[in-house]
Design a protein. Sequence first.
Length: 330
Amino acid sequence: MDKLSETLGRYGGVNLLPVVLAAIAFVLIGAPSSWVTLTIAGLSMGMMVFLMASGLSLVFGLMDVMNFGHSAFISFGAFVAASVLAALGGWLDSDSVLLASAALGLALLAAITFGLAAGLFFETVIIRPVYRDHLRQILITMGALIVSEQIILAVWGGTPVTVPRPSFLDGAWIIGDVSIEIYRVFAFGLGAVVFTGLYLLLNRSRIGLLIRAGVENREMVESLGFKINRLFIGVFMLGSALAALGGAMWAGYETLITPALGGEMMIVVFIVVIIGGLGSIEGTLLGAIIVGLTANYIGYLAPKLALASNMILMMAILMWRPSGLRPAVK
């Protein structure tokens, strides 16, 4: 482990881990076309997981709130987007790329809007009374998660829901022997845009400076006249909206969703947040990409280990770097 740390530190640090992982997989897979397909699939999966995990990383790492109800926003985002897409089926099936794009945009916007509103309610009614009390946070957010799942069952039922896609995102580009799904490229691009926006917000803006200062010394920032409560509400709403957006994108990726979607993805989301480093957007992105690549490579090379691969990865990384790959500096 020490030798690995020294080598990575010399050539770019932990940011090189995805490259190292991809290089090892290239040797083991052998077939270049299969390797390219799996790598692109892993990157796109990582970006969608990043959308879901970034919100939890912000809330958990910056606000010290253990929100086990985060997966409810993922599920609601998926089902709200699916309902909007179904309602605009005529636009999706039309030959007009403009109409199909508008339908997709409205679906994603509906998921984000719901996430913002739900985040405001969740923070004000459920989270605020239990700040600084982790045990009560766990209990009350787990209870809220159960209630949310029952609401989804009551509204959408327990039958799997089909999620339509715009026609221009269906299919794949064929380049030689390599097949690249168009939706995966779109998911990767959207994730990259969101990451850039979050990075600039937290590291290059006055709001980001105030948030970090409020986490470090809340009383001092409040004494300067700033409303830290409002900033923290904004952070929570942003985290919820990102989770809903990630759920909407994952719904389009899977094309068939159930009320258990959020709970299933929550395990992966927590793994990403932990191995990336709490409160670190860069670490969350790095962890999500590594998890996405690992899941696809292991699923191809050793299918029986696919379910356990994320846990094995988390244990290995935490034994090497207990604080995660790129923890936030406070």
